[in-house]
Design a protein around this ligand. Structure first.
Ligand code: B1M
Length: 210
């Protein structure tokens, strides 16, 4: 098993310390940080997602995998930042009001950072005004809104409306995502883009700042 597979397996097993150890080992072996992210950590997380959907693993497993993912990314961040010295743009990302799910949003943030964006993750359960205020605070090119509950989908719309009402809609692109969201809904609420997973969210963001 090569070192990237070892990272994926340790992540799947929720073995935080092993993930950290293997990430360092991979860096020592001269593997590109982006490669470690995509083919080690994210590859492992994709298997977690698939097995969770198939009912082969359960919520506590997903949570320990997510913790292992966070630790791995934390160790990788300095190397990722060094490899992408010029930021390609700034993104503010958060989960909308009433919703505390953050595992997917965190993954999107990681992929955006991996793609060279400066990312300000402002948290979960955020009122529309918090996103509006973030425009003056961080001057983002893009705001990313995540919602995981069908009951919090309307908060995506309310957040976009608040940006419009504040007269700031032309200052930012707004992208949306999360399990219950789809392209049709994104179009209806006036978002600039939708993506169904973290990797395509990073690609979408890159297209929007070109
Ligand atoms: Co909750 N939960 N949960 N939950 N939870 C779901 C979402 C649910 C589908 C489970 C179910 O019933 N089958 C269901 C929602 C049903 C619905 O509304 N359609 C649900 C419910 C009902 C609830 C509660 C109401 C339960 C209760 O208390 N009765 C409650 C609500 C709390 C609240 O938010 N107010 C609740 C609580 C929780 C926990 C706190 C226990 C925990 C969250 C922990 C955390 O996030 N820190 C939790 C979890 C873990 C889940 C499931 C099991 C897993 C979600 C997850 O992390 N997936 C979920 C069931 C499921 O998804 N099958 C469920 C892995 C993650 C990598 O995928 O988040 O989809 P995902 O993110 C993807 C894409 O969606 C996309 O990219 C990500 C990576 O590829 N994406 C974006 C996400 N955001 C994006 C933003 C973008 C672009 C793409 O651009 C900005």
């Amino acid at each position: 098993m090569d070192i990237l597979e070892k990272i994926g397996t340790a992540l799947y097993d929720g073995e935080e310390e092993e993930v950290v150890e293997y990430v360092h080992k991979a860096l020592d072996e001269g593997i590109e940080p982006q490669d470690i992210l995509n083919n080690g950590l994210v590859a492992g997380m994709n298997v977690v997602g698939d097995d969770f959907k198939a009912g082969e693993i359960y919520l506590p497993d997903v949570i320990s995998c997510a913790e292992a993912m966070k630790s791995g990314v934390r160790e990788l961040k300095p190397a990722l930042a060094a490899a992408n010295q010029e930021s390609v743009g700034t993104v503010v990302i958060g989960t909308v009001e009433g919703d505390v799910h953050d595992i997917g949003k965190n993954l999107v943030a990681v992929m955006l950072e991996g793609a060279g964006f400066t990312v300000h993750d402002i948290g979960v359960d955020l009122a529309p005004e918090v996103f509006v205020d973030s425009i003056d605070e961080y001057h983002p090119d893009i705001i990313g809104l995540s919602a995981l509950l069908s009951t919090t989908m309307p908060a995506l719309q309310r957040t976009i409306e608040a940006v419009v009402e504040a007269g700031k809609r032309d200052q930012v692109k707004i992208i949306v995502g999360g399990a219950p969201v789809n392209q049709d809904f994104a179009d209806r609420i006036g978002a600039d883009g939708y993506s169904g997973d973290a990797i395509s969210a990073a690609n979408l963001a890159k297209r929007l700042v070109q």
